[in-house]
Design a protein around this ligand. Structure first.
Ligand code: BGC
Length: 482
């Protein structure tokens, strides 16, 4: 991954390297980062320490991964990336498959992302109605899985309080409120249809669960898209905020908030600081802002502007487009770093930006993109290694074999992101053998899966009760007597 170092002009190379070097993280540094995150996971899980913990470690009330016997028809809503989607999903037991029957995308206009909560939920309820109507489902009351990809304090599977918006959303009157209640109120305001039971799901959980149907050792879900985050199965005895010691529960780590207490200051560059200050949520989601698709393009843009102003690119001349915040999309990074057509793609992007480039400039631009995307991949790798190591130690295993369900455009579309991420995990979690499963439509199908697993568990516990109902009654009576 060194496209143009050889052809770079001597002076250009030296000074550009000074900037790019700040994005390079050594193995020791990555190990340190992983160790800091390990401590933060423990803080987040603690009964008393979690209030102030930057990594929130949210209980999800998902207590089991699929066992392959789940089935049924479900509705799924998916809000949290670039689009809002409604889906009709069928979980088929026999073939162990989750089928997407139909789906529909509804755009959420930018004004709505930052308008009132009522407007947003009215829009969601209207999109759902359109979908039901056009698929003749308006008279059914199907259970609904709601993938809502923001940090939520879940009280139960159907009670989920938004802690804060991320990723460019900032609707008023939603933070601190129960999202299920807001959805149901919006549907009630319309009065023309109803929904069945609701299960709230983070996209990481949906991803883990949808991969879990195919591979039952899938116990980690990870997203590297517009935002970044991961969830994993934790031992109940360590989840101090939820009663009960037995079994496991899926924890939504919300690792995007890592560093919000200043713990990543040593690796933040001046460009990261600007990206944070210019964002709509300064001071929060520090780790996410160094990693995810919403921010990578902007970091590259700021760096290109600086290099140009220092006379190291484009003959020292910027352009209006290059000076426009957020104009450099993260997808350009993937195009620019493509192995075969990368150089050509770079030149197309630079021309589109109205820049006067030569071959050396395009090579430098590729190096800039490489520095930023590599750092992102390696930081994610370090964080994933922390989770894998934790699961291994939790289970007192010499070696851990586990599967990670992954989704998100950065992971899927970037030419060598996944390779670099895996290499870092191998380096920092040498005793863990990790299989990566790319999830297809995990947040939609996964929401249905969570609902299906919840139903299966309810069905199983009903069967259990029915089989020895009398004993249960006696026990209850005894308790009442005391
Ligand atoms: C949110 C997470 C989500 C992640 C990936 C973050 O901004 O806080 O809840 O899982 O983005 O979509």
């Amino acid at each position: 991954r060194d496209p143009g170092r050889a052809v770079m002009r001597y002076a250009q190379r030296g000074t550009a390297d000074q900037y790019l070097g700040r994005f390079h993280l050594t193995r020791e540094k990555l190990q340190e980062v992983s160790e800091r995150l390990r401590k933060d996971l423990i803080r987040g899980l603690g009964k008393h320490s979690h209030h102030k913990a930057p990594v929130k470690m949210l209980p999800t009330f998902v207590r089991a991964t699929p066992d392959g016997t789940e089935k049924g028809d479900f509705l799924a809503l998916d809000l949290g990336g670039t689009n809002f989607r409604v889906l009709h999903v069928r979980v088929m037991e026999e073939q162990q498959r989750v089928l997407k029957m139909d789906s529909q995308i509804c755009a959420i206009p930018k004004e709505m992302m930052q308008g009132t909560g009522e407007q947003l939920f009215d829009h969601i309820a209207a999109c759902l109605y359109d979908f039901l109507l056009s698929h003749n489902l308006e008279r059914e009351t199907l259970p609904l899985g709601f993938t809502f990809s923001f940090p939520c304090e879940q009280k139960e599977i159907d009670k989920s309080i938004l802690i804060r918006w991320t990723k460019g959303f900032n609707c008023s009157g939603v933070e601190g409120e129960d999202v299920v209640k807001l959805l149901k109120e919006a549907i009630r305001r319309r009065g023309d249809y109803d929904i069945g039971s609701v299960a709230m799901v983070n996209d990481t959980v949906g991803t883990m669960m949808s991969c879990g149907f195919r591979d039952q050792s899938c116990e980690i879900g990870m997203i590297i898209g517009t935002g970044t985050n991961a969830c994993y199965m934790e031992e109940m005895k360590n989840v101090k905020r939820v009663e009960g010691e037995a079994g496991r529960m899926c924890i939504n780590t919300e690792w995007g908030g890592f560093g919000d207490d200043g713990s990543l200051r040593d690796i933040q560059t001046e460009f990261d600081v600007v990206v944070d200050e210019m964002s709509i949520n300064p001071g929060v989601h520090t780790f996410e802002k160094m990693i995810s698709g919403m921010y990578l393009g902007e970091i590259v843009r700021l760096l290109l502007v600086r290099l140009t102003e220092d006379g190291l690119l484009f003959g020292g001349r910027t352009s209006k487009a290059l000076l426009t915040p957020e104009a450099f999309e993260t997808k350009f990074i993937s195009e620019i770093e493509e192995q075969d057509n990368g150089l050509e793609n770079t030149q197309k992007v630079l021309s589109k930006f109205g820049l006067k480039w030569d071959t050396v400039d395009s090579c430098v631009v590729r190096l800039v993109c490489d520095a930023i995307s590599s750092r992102s991949a390696r930081l994610c790798g370090a964080a994933l290694a922390t989770l894998a190591n934790r699961i291994r130690v939790n289970r007192r295993q010499e070696r851990l074999k586990t599967t990670v369900g992954v989704d998100g455009t950065v992971y899927k579309k970037h030419p060598n992101f996944s390779e670099e991420l895996r290499a870092t995990v191998r380096l920092l979690a040498p005793k863990c053998d990790i299989t990566f499963l790319v999830s297809e439509d995990g947040s939609g199908k996964g929401a249905a899966m969570v609902t299906a697993v919840a139903q299966r568990l309810a069905r199983q516990s009903r069967l259990l009760e029915e089989s020895d109902g009398e004993t249960d009654d006696e026990e209850e009576e005894e308790e009442e007597d005391q």
